[in-house]
Design a protein around this ligand. Structure first.
Ligand code: SAH
Length: 407
């Protein structure tokens, strides 16, 4: 059992120092309470390696009175830095890079950016590591355009951390809580990393979303594919598709046709390259709002067999769910990083004739309160849906051939 001396101030996790299995027990109880009313909730799949799993690590910087550089997270609700030397959640190479940058900042006399005054140079450092390939990307987020002694700094950083494969400079001089700014320049390597998941290869750019725990993501995606049960002819939507991971894995399993929809332009650009990397046919990715897209598809009377949806923490929208119901896929595979919004959306889906029939939580974020879940929602036959709402699904209704066919 690892004890962390920063946890009280840092707030990045909430149960480090306790027994891992106890954290899973309380997550099971929470999930059962929240989602047990809809269907049986499987016990959460714990992580084989619950430490050092985060493949994406962000650090902020500060300075002590005697000029030492602090690197770590902000104390909650403040701009005070917790100087975290070792985090039990973070990839260890990522933490080593951040410590190295902090010590180089002192010798290169680089000022940490001050969120209160808006002055200073180094605002954040974002490190992303590719689990399968070992590639490492460092994004230096600067509060100014000026990067004095850039080449010497890069040389010194690579000398200490030769495993870094690419370095990107990002300029964010706006007063915002967003980490990354709009301007980006690759200053070493190719400007992105490539990782492998479920036998497919993926390009990941600094601004694209990528699941933070790669080992658990493979488990999650495998369950999503098992729920989708792709036979080979299906027309599929991959909504909130990020860099195209789910749709591309589905295509590699023989899906007939895949259309992905994602808001973030960089992620869509990555997805288009990932289609080529994986030699996928009959698959496309579109940039836009998932609700708008589904709404338009429903208006066109398109038809789809499976909808994968993997929205951000805020969940999806009723309009999205209304439109999915109009498209009438036989299955919706819902991947969620927030059980509260998942419960809200599943309830709304139930009004629209979709019943959650499988629910598998996965511990993607050990030692935190967060739970990732994959669910299968199945379209109830009109007649049965009608009866099930009225009669609470008694046995008689399940004897009809049509009702049997839906399960
Ligand atoms: N399915 C991907 C990404 C999931 S994260 C994966 O497994 O890696 C959620 C994604 O939804 C992010 O990429 C985010 O940019 C995207 N997103 C957020 N709001 C959106 C919206 N309104 N419409 C479409 N995509 C959105």
């Amino acid at each position: 059992m690892e004890k962390c001396r920063y946890s009280a101030r840092c707030g990045g996790c909430n149960s480090i120092g306790t027994e891992y299995r106890d954290t899973l027990t309380s997550k099971n109880a929470y999930m059962k309470k929240l989602l047990g009313q809809f269907c049986r909730v499987e016990p959460i799949i714990g992580a084989e390696k619950p430490y050092f799993y985060r493949n994406k690590v962000n650090a902020n910087f500060g300075r002590t009175k005697n000029g030492n550089i602090l690197a770590g997270t902000y104390e909650s609700n403040s701009h005070r830095i917790v100087d975290v030397e070792k985090c039990f959640l973070n990839n260890e190479r990522a933490d080593a890079i951040i410590r190295t940058i902090a010590s180089l900042m002192k010798s290169f006399k680089y000022e940490p950016y001050n969120e209160d005054t808006g002055r200073g140079m180094v605002r954040h450092v974002l490190v992303r590591t590719a689990h399968a390939t070992g590639e490492v990307m460092v994004t230096l987020v600067l509060g100014t355009n000026v990067f004095p002694s850039k080449n010497n700094f890069i040389r010194a950083l690579l000398k200490e951390c030769p495993y870094i494969t690419t370095i990107v400079m990002n300029v964010n001089n706006r007063r915002t809580s967003m980490i990354l700014g709009d301007r980006e320049q690759t200053i070493y390597g190719r400007g992105y990393i490539v990782d492998e998941l479920c036998g497919c290869r993926f390009k990941i750019s600094p601004k694209s979303f990528y699941q933070v725990n790669s080992e658990q993501t493979e488990i999650l995606y495998n369950i999503a594919m098992e729920y989708a049960d792709i036979k080979g002819h299906e027309k599929i939507i991959d909504a909130y598709s990020g860099i195209g991971t789910i749709g591309i894995v589905a295509a590699s399993m023989g899906a007939g046709e895949v259309i992905g929809i994602e808001l973030n332009e960089d992620a869509v650009r990555d997805a288009l390259i990932n289609i080529k990397y994986n030699d996928c046919k009959k698959i496309k990715y579109i940039q836009g709002d998932a609700t708008d897209f589904i709404f338009k598809e429903a208006k066109k009377n398109s038809s789809y067999d499976i909808v994968f949806m993997d929205p951000p923490r805020s969940g999806s929208t009723n309009k999205f769910i209304d439109s999915v119901a109009k498209l009438a896929p036989s299955k919706v595979v819902y991947i969620s990083c927030n059980p509260e919004t998942l419960a809200r959306d599943v309830k709304y889906f139930a009004h629209k004739g979709y019943k959650m029939i499988k629910c598998q939580p996965v511990d993607m974020f050990p030692w935190t309160e967060k739970v990732e879940t994959v669910c299968l929602l199945s379209k109830l036959h009109e007649a049965k849906h009608h009866v099930s709402v009225k009669l609470d699904m008694d046995e008689m209704d399940l004897t009809s051939a049509e009702s049997k066919a839906t399960y």
